[in-house]
Design a protein around this ligand. Structure first.
Ligand SMILES: Nc1nc2c(ncn2[C@@H]2O[C@H](COP(=O)(O)OP(=O)(O)O)[C@@H](O)[C@H]2O)c(=O)[nH]1
Ligand SMILES: [Mg+2]
Length: 373
């Protein structure tokens, strides 16, 4: 799970260490140079002399004095460059220069884009890392790689903060019956997710009614019926092609009459046009008046899942996200960026087909998946 993103980030930290870091122990200690009898100054003088002795073709007509001046100028420029790259370390710690960060940020950008992280989130991570590092000094005990790692972790942790949604405590405080509507395109795992959440709610000693509002295919009604039998809960269904909002309405009425705790509304994901689909979702929402609308997205779809969530949110309005198939997702881009992009939390991730393959998402969990060994 998320292995590819995890190893890519690790590589960025490793690379940043070898490319731009000048750890204390790598700097040549001054005494060592003195011990060998070759001081830095002596070495510099030697090189100036030898360059003076062999003037370049275009310098033949210059006087010795002018050549010497030119060489000194070049030497100063070289030293200035060297100073810039070693300015990562100052007396009171390591100072990070903006220029030195460009390579690291580029590597970071490539790693994130390859993992399908949404572009605005890539930009935000880069900017966050830049802001937290430019012009700052860091304790001598750290290498640049470690500093970059700390900064990336802090920035990603901020980005994941939107994900605080405790479904269980929300559910226990919600009114009864609690109506939850599931939306998302076909095949993302809506019906499976409904069964998992039903199982979770039933496990807490509550009662559930399933609403078979995906009337687009007969197979969808059958699929939900099988789940209701396995779970031992009520299903309200009409025939295929029936009005999905009528099914949802009946399910809510049933729950009210029988004092059931929750109504989980399944919906269709494929219509002739997107406008039809969104209109149908809006109608179900108007009729069933859900307390929560959960968008179900397939993490393997990466950025497409983010775009789908955006479309459903704009048309129907979503409250939370359930991201499925993360057991097969090595990239992790959707998990990292969907909530931040849409501004709605990931309530759960789904990591397999069985009922218990459901994980309550939170930022620490994701941070652990991305950075813990
Ligand atoms: N590997 C894996 N497969 C899943 C997961 N969730 C759903 N699926 C599978 O994805 C397929 C589509 O799921 P379904 O619930 O019918 O999607 P729907 O069309 O949105 O209702 C089914 O074969 C599910 O078993 C998951 O978390 N991991
Ligand atoms: Mg379905």
């Amino acid at each position: 799970m998320f292995d590819s993103l995890k190893s890519k980030l690790k590589n960025v930290f490793k690379k940043s260490q070898s490319e731009t870091a000048v750890p204390d122990d790598v700097l040549p200690p001054v005494q060592d140079a003195a011990d060998t009898g070759v001081t830095d100054t002596a070495a510099e003088e030697g090189s100036v002399v030898s360059e003076e002795q062999v003037p370049r073709e275009d310098e033949r007509k210059l006087s010795r004095k002018e050549i010497s001046k030119l060489n000194k100028k070049e030497k100063t420029a070289d030293k200035k460059k060297e100073k810039e790259s070693t300015e990562l370390i100052s007396d009171s710690g390591k100072k990070i220069k903006e220029g030195s960060l460009d390579d690291v940020l580029w590597e970071l950008e490539v790693a994130l884009m390859e993992a399908d992280v949404a572009f605005p989130v890539v930009e935000e991570i880069k900017n966050g890392v830049r802001e937290s590092m430019v012009g700052k000094k860091y304790a001598r005990g750290h290498t640049l790689g470690e500093i970059v790692e700390i900064s990336v972790k802090e920035t990603i942790s901020e980005i994941l903060k939107i994900n605080e949604f405790d479904f269980d405590s929300w559910f226990s405080a919600a009114g009864r019956p609690t109506v939850i509507m599931f939306v998302g395109i076909n095949g993302t795992g809506k019906t499976t997710s409904i069964a998992k959440i039903a199982n979770r709610i039933i496990g807490q000693g509550k009662t559930v009614v399933l609403a078979a509002s995906d009337t687009f295919r007969a197979g969808a009604i059958e699929q939900l019926t099988i789940h209701s039998e396995r779970l031992g809960c009520k299903i309200v269904k009409h025939s295929a092609d029936a009005d999905p909002s009528a099914v949802a309405f009946d399910a809510v009425e049933h729950a009210k009459a029988r004092r059931k705790d929750a109504v989980l509304v399944d919906t269709a994901g494929r219509m002739q046009t997107n406008i039809n689909l969104m209109d149908e979702m809006k109608k179900i929402k108007r009729v069933a008046k859900p307390d929560l609308v959960i968008f179900v997205g397939d993490s393997l779809a990466g950025n497409d899942a983010v775009e789908q969530a955006r479309a459903f949110d704009a048309a129907v309005g979503i409250d939370a996200i359930m991201l499925t198939k993360i057991d097969a997702d090595s990239k992790g881009g959707a998990a990292l960026s969907i909530a931040h992009t849409i501004g709605k939390p990931i309530a759960f991730v789904s990591n397999g087909q069985e009922y218990d393959k459901i994980i309550k998402f939170n930022s620490e969990w994701m941070m652990g998946r991305l950075f813990d060994d």
